[in-house]
Design a protein around this ligand. Sequence first.
Ligand code: GLV
Ligand code: MN
Ligand code: MN
Length: 422
Amino acid sequence: MTGPAPVSTADPLVERFRAMWAQLAGIGRDPGTGGYLRYAWSAAELTCREWFTAEARRRGLAVRPDGNGNLWADWIPSGVDPTSPAVVTGSHFDSVPHGGGYDGPLGIVSALLAVDELRERGFTPARPVTVAAFVEEEGGRFGLACLGSRLLTGGVSAQYALALTDSDGVTVAEAMQAAGADPAAAGPDPDRLARVGVFVELHVEQGRALVDLGAPVGVASMIWPHGRWRLEFTGAGDHAGTTRMVDRRDPMLTCAHTVLAADAQARRLGAHATIGRVAVRPNATNAIPAQVHAWLDARAADDTALTTLVEAVGAEAAARAQADGTSVAVVRESDSPPVAFDPDLTDRIATAVGAQLTGAVPVLPTAAGHDAGVLAGHVPTAMIFVRNPTGVSHAPTEHATDDDCATGVRALAAALADLAGR
Ligand code: GLV
Ligand code: MN
Ligand code: MN
């Protein structure tokens, strides 16, 4: 005898999230590492952007790129002044090399689903609601993080940005041209910026605070100041077999000492320092290197600690270089000052989300950079974080559960409804 058909208890939003997430899952994924290679302006990132354009148009949103390659999908109901400042939400598609799938795309997928949620509820915004996809947030290809939002806001000049090169020597201008974008249009866009009334970025949490607090979503209070420095160690290339140890001028030794010094100084100061990328010339097993470049990523709770950290690392590198007969130059590649998100906006979003969904919403600082951090210097800005069960990010195991992602969509919809309501 067969019983009654099982009643499905599946949350339809979880199902919708899963279906949409599956459309992106294979794009730019390295089958070897399971991580993503979605560099700015690469075929994989362009495929994600085409997907975004199609999904936005399917919803009747008007999609436009700005001169910097950022995409803007506007929901402007009839009767709403299209030039009035919008409630903007979104994130980025590009990844760090072999990064996770959630950092960036979760904010864009959640934004499109939040628009669907609002429409299903019959909500009509009183001002434009815009979904944005920013270009080269990670700086994974051209080295400068948040390139699209910095260009938009004038935080970097077009002349400087267009000349940045990737590891193959391709410039930003060439990459834009190859993708059919006109580099001559790059630069500050005060008109678009004036139409951003408020910006809310939803992002996977890059840490474990929400797991420990038992909360599916939180909001951001601030971003630690951080930056990137290129350490250029120069020595004397020579034969690995015949050069006596006393005669060597090996920049790898200076670099190795500096890696350990950065770790020790960061621990001493309660800061974070990472050297996760090196380039060695000639990069041969049987040759003493002539040159090593190493990239220092340094972050701290305040500017003073960050400056102290970077100066201490530079001083240790210089002292060691003298002992090794090498030299070191420290070149700053990017600078992200501390960000305090708008406290009124953050409170307002935490209240709107908490009232509808989860009760008290934790407010967390973060040491990760975001386009929201750049926008915060120009418009009221806030961030919503979605719980990450392991806390791992910038690695293939980065994750959020489908249930938490659906809660994130509802949280974002609550925030957008509150901000765009009548
Ligand atoms: C971006 O995610 C960064 O914090 O480097
Ligand atoms: Mn990231
Ligand atoms: Mn991100």
